[in-house]
Ligand binder design. Structure first.
Ligand SMILES: [Zn+2]
Length: 112
């Protein structure tokens, strides 16, 4: 019997999930019915070294943001809100160079 690949889950793996999307390294993992249900319901997940990470084992998700233009150095302040109920929104100053890199990153990784 192959155990569920979700970290710390002891249930038998009964379903297969395929990760990798647009990446070159596609991963298949056996997971239990309960975790398969959660993934199908839209819960976030990732695969690291063959282990499926979910819930507390993933970083908090971005749930909202605001931006305000800088009147000083060129750039803007980006305020990020996450799914961590204990984390306060935090601000980062984005220079034009980093804005360009972030734009390229999101364009190539949005998974369409
Ligand atoms: Zn499981």
């Amino acid at each position: 019997m192959t155990p569920c690949a979700v970290l710390r889950c002891q249930a038998p793996g009964s379903d297969v999930v395929t990760g990798g999307h647009y990446l070159n390294d596609v991963h298949e993992a056996y997971i239990c019915a309960e975790h398969n249900e959660k993934i199908n319901a839209g819960e976030l997940w990732d695969v690291k070294d063959g282990t499926v990470l979910m819930g507390q084992d993933l970083p908090p998700a971005l749930t909202g943001w605001n931006s305000s233009d800088s009147r000083g150095t060129r750039g803007f302040v980006l305020s990020l809100k996450t799914s961590d109920p204990e984390a306060k929104p935090f601000d980062v100053f984005i220079t034009p160079d980093f804005a360009k890199h972030l734009h390229m990153l999101t364009e190539t990784r949005r998974g369409e």
